[in-house]
Design a protein around this ligand. Structure first.
Ligand SMILES: [Mn+2]
Length: 431
């Protein structure tokens, strides 16, 4: 059981809690629960993934824990809830922190055992005017709030979502977080490069995905940032293809979209490589070159003040002129840019952090992936243009049907520009 995110320490987590307390109005309580443990089958669980918000404010990786922050008449109170120690259970499930150790570790006012969770919630929300909940992390806590809060609170309380307040804190990264991201990106890039020399020996998509994951762990990853995508041939035209049994027979290329997490922070890289040969087939190479050129044009545009929406427009222009060269004609009423949107149906990128599709404050007009948020120094975004040509589409030149290319880097916004954190990941294999 590892408790803390690598180079972050309790002083960092304490500072974050203080910042959230400052954002809360007076006479308010905020509740951030641990994630649910998800059942795989009967008494077997999926690997536990902590609620990123609890991780952000405490570093706690255990299920059955929570953070409660209160402000009453100007005074603040911080409470951490942890599972009590139990030797018989710990024999099976591993050692937990326990109340006594948590009291020493955390700079909080109170530590309460999990068996006291609901009475503690009742006390914490009683008489408060505003109750802020981190919804959708824990179904038991959600239903407690929905069913119980109205009866418990002596005055009619406002129940609101904590998500916008927390997203505002998480979106710009501290130097310590950037160091962890950099490490996640570097080890992921190095793993991609190492994988390329093993591709000629691979049997099927799952073999490719798990081989890359093994290399992540060899270099010290603490997990996967998301489920690895490995797609042979025309499987790459499915954006989130799950690696399956497809073998290398008759396949010339693989699209891999994957990333390690390090210290809890995500990397997210996409590359397309030849499987057996040192070069992609010429028609795949044509599309690859266009997407690569688009990636470069879009990456250059990453600067403070610009938005992902504006960067996408640059990418669309680049792709539109490229499609013309590839032999696409204006289809009926739609112009080339509309044609681009058909074959590039996603955003140019997303914020990156503890979550691979990281949080961003709402109140944006696009209701999408935060594409109208002006980028600021120390935000991290992905840039990932792609083109996906279906196998059956008469508007696509025949030689290009069934080709899917996406290329993706992770980019740190800096005061005077940007830094490509995944720049070590080569676009062609080392063979
Ligand atoms: Mn991505």
């Amino acid at each position: 059981m590892a408790l803390k995110s690598n180079s972050l320490c309790e002083a960092d987590f304490h500072k974050r809690r203080e910042r959230l307390l400052k954002l809360l109005p007076d006479n308010a309580t905020a509740i951030i629960p641990a994630a649910d443990e998800k059942v795989f089958s009967r008494d077997v669980h999926y690997p536990f993934r902590q609620n990123s918000n609890l991780l952000y404010f405490t570093g706690l990786k255990e299920p059955l824990s929570a953070l409660i922050l209160e402000k009453r008449k100007g005074k603040s109170l911080s409470t951490i809830v942890v599972r009590e120690k139990d030797a018989a259970r710990e024999l099976w499930q591993g050692v937990v922190l326990g109340v006594k150790k948590a009291q020493k570790l955390f700079h909080v006012d109170k530590v309460v055992s999990y068996s006291e969770l609901f009475p503690e919630f009742q006390r914490a929300v009683s008489g408060q005017q505003n109750i802020y909940i981190d919804w959708n992390a824990n179904s038991e806590v959600d239903s407690f709030i929905v069913e119980g809060c109205r009866d418990i609170s002596s005055s009619p309380a406002n129940i609101c979502s904590l998500a916008p307040l927390i997203a505002g804190l998480r979106i710009c990264k501290s130097n310590a977080e950037i160091a962890l991201h950099r490490k996640a990106c570097q080890l992921s890039a190095r793993s991609f490069n190492e994988l390329t020399s093993l591709l000629p020996e691979m049997n099927n998509e799952r073999h490719v995905a798990t081989t890359l994951e093994a290399i992540f762990y060899k270099y010290g990853a603490d997990g996967l940032a998301f489920n690895t995508i490995a797609a042979f041939g025309d499987n790459a035209t499915c954006l989130h293809h799950s690696p399956g049994k497809r073998t290398t027979t008759g396949q010339s290329s693989v699209l891999i979209d994957a990333g390690a997490s390090f210290g809890g922070y995500a990397a997210d890289i996409t590359r397309v490589y030849p499987l057996k040969h040192s070069h992609l087939p010429p028609e795949v190479k044509e599309v690859h070159q266009l997407v690569l050129q688009t990636l470069k044009a879009a990456t250059i545009a990453v600067n403070p003040g610009t938005t992902l929406g504006e960067i996408r427009k640059i990418a669309v222009l680049e792709l539109a002129s490229g499609l013309k060269d590839l032999g696409f004609k204006n289809a009926g009423k739609s112009n080339l840019q509309q044609t681009v949107n058909r074959y590039f149906p996603h955003s140019i990128g997303h914020f990156l952090g503890l979550d691979v599709h990281d949080v961003y404050p709402p109140a944006t007009v696009d209701n999408g992936r935060g594409s109208d948020i002006p980028l600021k120094t120390n935000m991290i975004v992905t840039i990932e243009p792609g083109l996906y040509f279906p196998t059956k589409d008469d508007n696509v030149p025949k030689r290009l049907r069934g080709i899917g290319i996406r290329l993706e880097d992770d980019v740190l916004v800096k005061k005077n520009g940007h830094e490509v954190l995944t720049g070590d990941a080569l676009f062609s294999p080392e063979r």
